[in-house]
Structure formats: structure tokens, C-alpha cells
Design a protein around this ligand. Structure first.
Ligand code: KIV
Length: 269
């Protein structure tokens, strides 16, 4: 029997700063994880599952239990990639101690290697607290979807100089606090480039240009499974929605016509 493959660890992701681009995708299930795991460096069990899996309007309603259920499914199936699980809204913002309790539970019950949380300067103390206690943290700045109600929408962040300066300050704060990587969402190319040049942790862009040290996309966007809308920063590498609908339609027609199951699917006497 082959020895199990060793998963990529957060320090190895951090060591990739400025090197070969870091390839990241989200996944929420064992089936998808098995398919993408050999090809990516990091798999994020993102709270974007609120929209992709649960049909919610935002990520605000996701619970820790839900993240743990999907995190466990992904971690069970991944042999190669570093698995990171999102801490959901309300489970970490109150205090570093609350964040540690949630992160420790998520890591213990899923088997993931790290957690991701949203926020900049205001979360720096928490990131320092967690990092010093064995919890590798991926930070998430720029557009932070858990704050959609406060931000007022999902628009590009950092277009004006004041906002750009605030996001750069966020990046420096989470970097100095010890984040092993920093997701930058939906910011201008010039800002993403400046952040990437200024901080020690690798930047992982989503709608943040090729200037970042790596890229992440939501798997359902990449394969064309999520069709409600397509953000400008998404590129589709497959279109699975139509084949899935066509398969269901063909199956339904054959069941109704009593053409399925056929003789080859039936057990003998
Ligand atoms: O929840 C998520 O999937 C994310 C990524 C899009 C970065 O946070």
C-alpha cells in the first residue's frame, strides 16, 4: 500500500511568496475535492457555500456547524492540498478568546490545517492571538462579504485614495500580526500590486489581478454550476449546468417511458 500523500502545510504556502503562483479553489464536498485536490495547492471551504449550496442571499446566515460539516467532508477527501475553513460571521469578531474557541473546534472537528477570517486592522489582535496558539490564519481584506450589510454592496474596493490607503493599512496590520496568507478581494490592480510588494505574506487574489502571489475562485463559478450571476472576475473553464440538466431530462423521459431500467440493469431470477 502506498504511504498517504502529505498535505501542503500553511508554512509551505507562506514560503511561496514571490515564487510560482499559488493555486487555490473553494470546495464544499468530498466528490469535488477528490477531482480538484491533485491540481491545486490550497482548498478553501468558503462560506460562499451560503449561496452555492444553500441558496442564501449572502454569507451572513452561515453557522459554525454548517462549516464543520462541509469542512470535514473536504478534509476527509483531500490528500495533497492545504485545507482551510472559513470562520463564519459572528463566530470570531467578539474577542480573540471567542475566535480561538471557534477556530479550535473547527480544526479539531474537521481536520483542516488553518482557518480564514475577514477583516483588517480590527482583526489584527485576533490574528496575533490565534497564530501564537497554533492556529494558522488566512486573512481576507478588500471586499469582505460578511460585512455586506455595513458596506452596502459588493462593489470594487479601494478605488478612491482614502479607501485604498485604509486597505493597504489593513494588509500591513494582518501581515504583521502573523497571517500566513492574505486574500485580497475585488480591489484595483494598482492597489493589489502595492499590497503584494509591501507585505511578507503571499497575497491570494479574487478579482484583484495577476499582481497577486496566487489566485482563488469559487469552484461553482469555475465549472459553470452557479449560474445566477457571473462576476466580471470569474472565468469559466467548464459549463456543467447544461449537461446536468440534459442528463436529468433524459433520465426522466426514460423512466416515464419505462425504458430505464433496461435488461442490463436488472438482477436475474
Ligand atoms: O467564501 C469564499 O468562498 C471566499 C473566497 C471567495 C475567497 O471567501
Amino acid at each position: 500500500m502506498n504511504a498517504p500523500l502529505k498535505r501542503i502545510v500553511p508554512p509551505a504556502i507562506r514560503a511561496r511568496k514571490g515564487g510560482e503562483p499559488i493555486v487555490c479553489l473553494t470546495s464544499y464536498a468530498a466528490s469535488t475535492t477528490r477531482l480538484i485536490d491533485p491540481h491545486v495547492d490550497l482548498i478553501l471551504v468558503g462560506d460562499s457555500l451560503a449561496m452555492t449550496i444553500y441558496g442564501m442571499e449572502s454569507t451572513v446566515g452561515v453557522t459554525v456547524d454548517t462549516m464543520i460539516a462541509h469542512g470535514r467532508a473536504v478534509a476527509n477527501a483531500a490528500n495533497h492540498a492545504c485545507v482551510v475553513v472559513d470562520l463564519p460571521f459572528g463566530s470570531y469578531e467578539e474577542s480573540p478568546a471567542q475566535a480561538f474557541r471557534t477556530a479550535a473546534r473547527v480544526m479539531a472537528e474537521t481536520g483542516c490545517a488553518a482557518v480564514k477570517l475577514e477583516g483588517g486592522i480590527e482583526m489584527a489582535e485576533t490574528i496575533r492571538f490565534l497564530s501564537a496558539r497554533g492556529v494558522p490564519v488566512m486573512a481576507h481584506i478588500g471586499l469582505t462579504p460578511q460585512s455586506v450589510n455595513a458596506l452596502g454592496g459588493y462593489g470594487v474596493r479601494g478605488r478612491n485614495p482614502e479607501e485604498a490607503a485604509a486597505i493597504l493599512a489593513d494588509a500591513i496590520a494582518v501581515d504583521e500580526a502573523g497571517a500566513f496568507s492574505v486574500v485580497i478581494e475585488k480591489t484595483t490592480e494598482s492597489l493589489s500590486r502595492e499590497i503584494t510588494q509591501r507585505i511578507a505574506a503571499p497575497t491570494i487574489g479574487i478579482g484583484a489581478s495577476v499582481a497577486c502571489d496566487g489566485q482563488i475562485l469559487v469552484i461553482d463559478d469555475v465549472i459553470g454550476l452557479f449560474t445566477a450571476f457571473r462576476p466580471k472576475f470569474v472565468k469559466r473553464y467548464a459549463e456543467v449546468a447544461q449537461p446536468i440538466a440534459a442528463a436529468a431530462q433524459a433520465y426522466a423521459a426514460e423512466v416515464r417511458a419505462r425504458a430505464f431500467p433496461g435488461p442490463e440493469h436488472v438482477f436475474g431470477p
